[in-house]
Design a protein. Structure first.
Lengths: 325, 302, 258
């Protein structure tokens, strides 16, 4: 039995105690707010990126006398300014897509190699090699692409032109040099480690029980992979590809160094030329005036939206998989 | 209920107990085996080629002067000159970017793991941290250009570059710190609470120290990553040939933008300088990567 | 179809660690042989040497001979993959392929072995599911994911998957330990039916289960932690549980340790 007085004394006691602990509580409050504030700050940055890009893109879009989405020219500093993203979008999408096509099978092969083929001790070292591939900065890939790959790939490019020339993308009379194709090879090398390391992680999560189930049925190593590893890792592989795609779409200096400036859309990917959103920004930024910069920000906004969509889709696939499994 | 008979549809060859695996299946298995080895070779070749090229070309220009001189007064066709101003710039910009991003990122990770614990806000933050990881670096540069330089009216400076690098660093540090904090066993937290230690002290005295080396590893990798970022710096620090110690005032150089300038220059002496700077840059980055690796190994043993 | 297995002088290692030492035994066809013993005594490890699943663990290896009707499973030109096709296995936890339907789970092994014709597959899938006492429960939802079944049903699905490729031996590694009593009973009934066609080896923690389902029982034991597991004795189940030859067996059976 507790009387009201009892309760009251206890409440007072608790209050007194709370006061005695108040330093701890206040520290708690401050620290919690700091942590919360930082978290919210991250959201604010994301919002600010979108907001400021839109804000600073508007002046150029208002002055623009060409269709922003369909025009292929980029003459943002002219009077009147005329610019459109069609050529940039073409180069960006083409180079990224080709890079993805080249990188994905190799990346999955590497993940399988490290996960299921290489001896365990070797596998660890090989994983590190792939990590190193990811650590090399894009400017260095660009330097290598421009001053090594471009000059040393003429034979391969001519061979591709000869064998696959009946496909329009590989056609052309003056193939070689600083082409979208070489750009996409560089991009492929750059996104390889991303795709590979995510895929590797997904493969590591495949339960031993599923692998042993296939093995116990008398499956060979490849059949085991096909029966238990690939189906389990499928969505993970797809999102790894999309993250790689996002990286390829936004890559800047490597592709800007490797491509040469030729106006207009050229479907012959083995011929010199091509441009991308990101490459165009760093190439023309130096001689841009106020409207020119604004126009570049507008093109960056398009790139931002595209990569956001690709990344969100990739994350959504991963998240759904987590719930599913 | 009687078990139905499962009569064998095909006899076992030669009365042997163990039939051989069919040739087709073994062939497929071997094709994949070869394909997988080829895939690995395809990844190693470019890495080896890049490293070989950088080292073989880079060492040719290396000299004490290369590290101790700027490009002041050096024309495009002139040999000589160095990366001193670029190294100063890179170190200052990365240091400032770290100073801005690390506290924000670690505190965000603390919020996600220690306070948020799967509530709605923490899920949203977590999602956008992931999305932020995918922001192209050029967009981070454009953001700082729009916000810091065009709207607020500041000049190009090393600090503006650092802001862009910080935007790129935050999500990677948040992710790695979050992973490390999740690894701290709950028993440790509970043991601390049981002693009457308030939560924030538990976090600062118990949780963070336990995860410390792991967080440092993540930070080192993030630093190594932004150190090679070029595109955002091109828009924010501008270019200069001279030494500028003050990151808050005027154009600065940096190793990656230095490589960009020199690589794009048609003169061979400039390209040689680009290889030299690339060697210096990759050396620093590899040291950071190997260091992080060693640290991670030490932690995992403990 | 059922075959006799003769093991002689078998040692199983994990890297440098000897897990099972010098086991020799004969496993009779068309009967159920149970392996019992305390945790860590090597009975599961030994079971996995009988279809060469032991060696899928990195660093694991085996010495000695396992003869399946005059043929050594560890013979020089023997493909471990082929061994597993002949010696089927059911695991402790039911492990149907999660992305496959019930039908595809049962057909998985057949497809590997080149059975492609739809009506042939249909027939074997039906027979296998009937053989695993699961047909009536799933015949209307063969295209549904196998992971949607109850634990006991999943385990019977795994048994159906194992017998679909018509193995000669069926190994079961504690097949009921993750199941409820009713599902356990269903599996035990199934084992009793299957033994008319297969050589069955079952590892169990549960001595009552060994007594219920097996014809012969092998008792494994270890001298202490870090020591290798050994076969203590193998005899008729009735004898092991009433009048074992070895003192250690009697101690274990009567619950004095383990």
């Amino acid at each position: 039995m507790t009387s009201i007085d009892d309760v009251r004394t206890r409440a007072v006691g608790a209050q007194r105690q709370r006061r005695a602990m108040s330093t701890g509580r206040r520290g708690d409050r401050i620290f919690r707010s700091a942590a919360l504030g930082s978290g919210v700050f991250v959201l604010v940055i994301m919002a600010a990126i979108a907001a400021f890009l839109v804000w600073k893109a508007i002046p150029a879009l208002q002055e623009n006398e060409a269709n922003f989405f369909t025009a292929t020219e980029w003459n943002a500093n002219g009077d009147p300014p005329r610019f459109g993203v069609a050529q940039l979008a073409f180069g960006t999408v083409m180079s990224a897509a080709m890079a993805l096509i080249m990188a994905t099978p190799v990346a999955i092969g590497i993940a399988l190699f490290i996960g299921f083929y290489a001896p365990r001790r070797l596998a660890e070292g090989l994983g590190f090699v792939v990590d190193l591939l990811a650590a090399v900065p894009s400017i260095i890939y660009g330097l290598w692409g421009l001053h090594f790959l471009v000059t040393n790939s003429q034979g391969v490019v001519e061979f591709l032109n000869g064998v696959l020339g009946w496909i329009p993308l590989f056609a052309g009379d003056s193939v070689g040099g600083q082409s979208i194709f070489i750009g996409s090879v560089v991009l492929a090398i750059m996104i390889l480690p991303i795709i590979s390391s995510i895929t590797r992680e997904v493969f590591l999560q495949v339960p031993t029980a599923h692998i042993e189930a296939a093995q116990a049925l008398g499956a060979t190593r490849w059949e085991t992979i096909r029966l238990s590893v690939l189906p389990y890792g499928r969505s993970g592989m797809i999102s790894a590809m999309m993250l790689g795609l996002g990286r390829a779409l936004g890559e800047t200096v490597a592709i800007a160094l490797v491509l040469s400036t030729v106006a207009g859309i050229n479907w012959h990917l083995l011929e010199p030329g091509g441009n991308t959103f990101a490459a165009n920004i760093v190439r023309t930024f130096g001689e841009s005036g106020e409207i020119g910069r604004s126009a570049l920000i507008a093109s960056g906004l398009v790139l931002f939206v595209i990569t956001m969509v690709v990344n969100m889709a990739a994350r959504a696939i991963v998240a759904r998989r987590k719930e599913f499994v | 209920m009687s078990a139905p008979t499962l009569s064998p549809k095909r006899g076992l060859p030669g009365g042997q107990a163990i039939p051989a695996t069919s040739g087709m299946r073994r062939l497929k298995d071997n094709i994949v085996l070869v394909a997988v080895y080829v895939a690995f070779a395809l990844a190693v070749i470019p890495l080896a080629s890049v490293l070989y090229k950088i080292i073989s070309e880079g060492v040719q220009v290396l000299s004490a002067d290369f590290f101790l001189r700027s490009m002041n007064g050096i024309g495009g066709r002139d040999a000589g000159g160095g990366i001193y101003h670029a190294m100063i710039g890179t170190l200052e910009q990365v240091a400032l970017a770290s100073a801005i991003s690390i506290p924000v990122a670690v505190l965000t990770a603390v919020y996600l793991v220690e306070y948020g614990q799967g509530n709605r806000l923490s899920k949203v933050i977590s999602f956008f941290v992931d999305v932020m990881t995918g922001i192209p670096s050029i967009v981070a540069g454009l953001f700082v250009l729009a916000f810091w330089i065009l709207v607020l009216g500041f000049e190009v400076s090393g600090f503006a570059g650092a802001l862009a690098l910080a935007v790129l660093m935050i999500p990677t540090v948040v992710r790695s710190a979050e992973e490390m904090l999740k690894l701290v066993p709950n028993d440790l937290r509970e043991a601390s609470y049981a002693l009457g230690v308030p939560r924030w002290r538990t976090i600062t005295r118990v949780v963070l120290p336990t995860a410390f080396t792991g967080i440092i590893t993540g930070i080192m990798l993030a630093v190594a990553r932004v150190m090679g970022e070029t595109a955002p710096l091109l828009l924010t620090i501008w270019v200069t040939k001279v030494i500028n110690f003050n990151p808050f005032d005027g154009a600065q150089s940096s190793l990656p933008t230095y490589i960009w300038e020199q690589a794009g220059d048609p003169n061979q002496v400039a390209v040689d300088r680009a290889w030299g700077a690339a060697l210096a840059l990759i050396f620093i980055i590899m040291v950071l990567n190997f260091g992080a690796r060693l640290l991670a190994r030490r932690t995992s043993i403990r | 179809m059922a075959k006799r297995i003769e093991v002689s002088g078998l040692n199983a290692y994990y890297g440098g660690f000897l897990a099972v030492e010098n086991v020799s035994m004969t496993i009779e066809p068309r009967s159920v042989t149970a392996f019992i013993g305390p945790s860590g005594c090597g009975k599961s490890t030994f079971l996995r040497t009988l279809n060469r699943m032991h060696e899928v663990i990195p660093g694991a290896r085996v010495e000695g001979r396992v003869m399946l009707d005059q043929q050594d499973l560890y013979g020089e030109r023997i493909d471990p993959v082929a061994v597993r096709r002949v010696v089927g296995m059911v695991f402790q936890r039911p492990n149907p392929f999660p992305t496959m339907s019930i039908y595809d789970n049962v057909a998985a092994g057949l497809k590997l072995n080149g059975v492609k014709r739809k009506n042939e597959l249909d027939g074997i899938v039906e027979n296998s599911l009937k053989g695993a006492n699961l047909w009536n429960e799933v015949k209307d939802r063969l295209d549904k994911p196998g992971a949607g079944l109850s634990g006991g049903q999943q385990q019977r699905l795994c048994i159906a998957r194992a017998i679909a490729v018509q193995p000669q031996v069926l190994l079961m590694d504690e097949p009921c330990s993750a199941l409820d009593p009713i599902s356990t009973l269903a599996i035990e009934d199934l084992i009793a039916q299957l033994k008319s066609q297969y050589t069955i080896v079952i590892v169990t923690h549960n001595m009552q289960q060994a007594a219920r389902v097996s014809d012969r029982t092998a008792f494994f034991n270890i001298a202490g932690t870090g020591k290798p597991g050994k076969l203590i004795e193998l005899d008729e189940t009735s004898k092991i549980f009433t009048n074992p030859t070895e003192k250690a067996t009697e101690d274990y059976i009567t619950g004095r340790f383990g």
